[in-house]
Design a protein around this ligand. Sequence first.
Ligand SMILES: [Zn+2]
Length: 348
Amino acid sequence: MRAVTVTPGVADSLQLTEDWPEPAAEEGAILVQALAVGICGTDQEIIAGHYGEAPPGQERLVLGHESLGRVLEDPTGTLQPGDLVAGVVRHPDPVPCRNCAVDQWDMCRNGRYTEHGIKGLPGFARERWRVQPKFAVGMDRALAPVGVLLEPTSVVAKAWDHIERIGRRAEWKPESVLVTGAGPIGLLAALLATQRGLSVHVLDRNTTGPKPELVRALGATYHTTTVDELDFEPDVVVECTGAPVVVIAAMCKVGPTGIVCLTGVSSGGRSLDFDAGALNRALVLENNVVFGSVNAGRRHWDLAAAALTQADQAWLDSLITRRVPLSSYAEAYSTGGEDIKVVLEFEP
Ligand SMILES: [Zn+2]
């Protein structure tokens, strides 16, 4: 069968391998026909040779961690043939650490977890894959056109779950949220914020392209100013740019008893001159919290499936700005333009 593969660590080794082996039985009892994989910055980093790890003893890594497929067979009866399914990306580490020991792999403490299409496990960009029931997330069949957004939605479902858990440390009735960055993660974070009845503000530097209208369609406000220039103090900030200037500005801008959730990964190596003492003083005197969030646990995947079902399907569909067939796979991985989410589709 066909699979999109790379040799990790070797730049531009991306290829469509025609004779990739069928998924091994040990990968899981549920056999899945691939429908689509979403593409994100992590895939680009792997293609550039900066990141990624093949399974032990193998040279090539199958790409793809944002999955959507249709169940072909499930002898365990967990899912039915024809059901839509996505595979959980991360698997617990082998030690396991205290969090992985209770299947909270998203909170792994030793970094020895594995991830499909990224780190030590084959990805989902192959015509058929297998998954164990506990890593298989079923979805409403009506989500077929947009179910490939489940993985990025699981990431923001975790972010919101943790924001709300932190909020419950005291009386907490948030009204406003600022989302910085209107990429797929930012827009999905904004979607989940509107589902919570919050007043939602999204900040991005783009003045053209589909982002302003997508934000307005959510009933949210689109800003292209700096964070400092905003005329309100948000109760919650979900930071999705990873840009150091924006990260610091978000920490300074959040209101009293505010919560700042950092989801963007910075590249590092860049110093900023800012008053750390003043920031510390503001965080202490206002009881503010700044925390990081990555990946998602099983519960968050199920919350994400519910959030997608509840959302406007046409709005979700408009996040997918390009759909590329497997035969033209290289186009799917080309960057540039005003894409929000590019999806590689598998012909039936
Ligand atoms: Zn662990």
